[in-house]
Design a protein around this ligand. Structure first.
Ligand SMILES: [Zn+2]
Ligand SMILES: [Zn+2]
Ligand SMILES: [Zn+2]
Length: 330
């Protein structure tokens, strides 16, 4: 019933989508080999892995940013996932980043829907929180851009209130470009017969909204996504147990270690260091049952150097960095 409503709501919403934005640099689609969709074909595709400011970072000429400017292979879009239902050609975006135009194209490329005149698929947006890298892409659904109709935006009650009561987001709500739908914390919500999500409230800098992580459940596998959290100790749940419950975890890897930002009190910025996460999660990683990836990487992150000691340490201990284009079949 939910799915039918969803389809009905969205019919006619996509007229503006025939304009496709060209990518200004080559993008790699490492796992995008075409395969026959099967009944359980839910894919989670990584659309971005950088912290809110992206890589290269605005106005920054640090080593990582210079490397990313010199060679676009090292650039990273802002953290986001797409959940694709291949057979139905449907997709959901987890967070609407300022890079949404390029990320939208990655999804359409994967669904082979970029041809002129092709019908675009129904979709919805799921939001983690109100920091700039996670929701400001919503602006492209508005009057000055796509002028979409009633795109469902699933978010927390506080996030929904923030969107409804503050311009320019309130204009999207008033003109019905987007339709906020409030999620109940910790309550599983079915998005389709094969796919459900569970929003998990997590502690984070909550100036405008509270913050959610998500468990995405397909028929065979589960994926945990927490791009922003104050630290694992501050959470009411045990990160070890939560990772044990899933097959794949994409976790906040904003900073590798405190050495990255000399002169700044990182405890005030509020993210776990990869260095500590490697310790906290070492046992669960060594069991090899759950794959653990770090995402939401700050431009200063020592692990961004592909030849560096930090990257080596992560990989030697059985963890990985998330990369744009990675796909996980659920
Ligand atoms: Zn963020
Ligand atoms: Zn930089
Ligand atoms: Zn944040």
């Amino acid at each position: 019933m939910r799915r039918r409503d969803f389809l009905n709501t969205l019919v006619g919403s996509f007229a503006a989508l025939n304009v496709l934005f060209s990518l200004d640099k080559p993008r790699i689609f490492p796992n995008s080999s075409k395969k026959e969709p099967s009944e359980t074909d839910i894919l989670v595709k990584v659309l971005g892995t950088a912290q809110d400011g992206g890589l290269p970072h605005f106005g920054c000429y640090c080593k990582n940013c210079l490397r990313a400017r010199e060679n676009p292979r090292f650039a990273r879009l802002i953290s986001s996932l797409a959940i694709l239902e291949l057979e139905e050609r449907k997709f959901w975006l987890l967070d609407a980043t300022p890079d949404i135009r390029a990320q939208w194209d990655i999804v359409h490329h994967r669904l082979a829907q970029e041809k002129s005149g092709s019908q675009n698929s129904p979709y919805a947006i799921l939001l983690t929180h109100a920091h700039i890298g996670h929701y400001t892409g919503l602006m492209f659904f508005g009057y000055e851009a796509m002028n979409a109709r009633q795109v469902p935006v699933y978010c927390s009650a506080r996030m929904g209130g923030f969107l409804a009561n503050n311009g320019p987001w309130s204009q999207l709500v008033n003109l019905e470009n987007i339709a906020p739908r409030i999620l109940s914390p910790d309550k599983e919500l079915s998005l389709s017969p094969r796919l459900s999500i569970t929003p998990l409230p997590v502690p984070h800098r909550d100036e405008y909204s509270d913050t959610l992580g998500f468990v995405i459940s397909g028929r065979k596998k589960k994926l945990l996504y927490i791009p922003d959290i104050q630290n694992w100790e501050a959470w009411s749940r045990s990160i070890v147990r939560e990772v044990e419950k899933v097959n794949i975890a994409l976790l906040d890897g904003t900073f590798f270690s405190p050495e990255e930002l000399p002169g700044r009190d990182l405890s005030q910025i509020g993210h776990p260091f990869i260095q500590s996460s490697l310790k906290t999660l070492s046992e669960v990683a060594s069991k090899g049952k759950s794959e653990i990836y770090f995402t939401h990487l700050n431009h200063t992150n020592l692990a961004l150097d592909p030849q560096g000691a930090a990257r080596k340490k992560i990989e030697e201990r059985g963890f990985r960095l998330a990369e744009e284009g990675m796909e996980f079949s659920l």
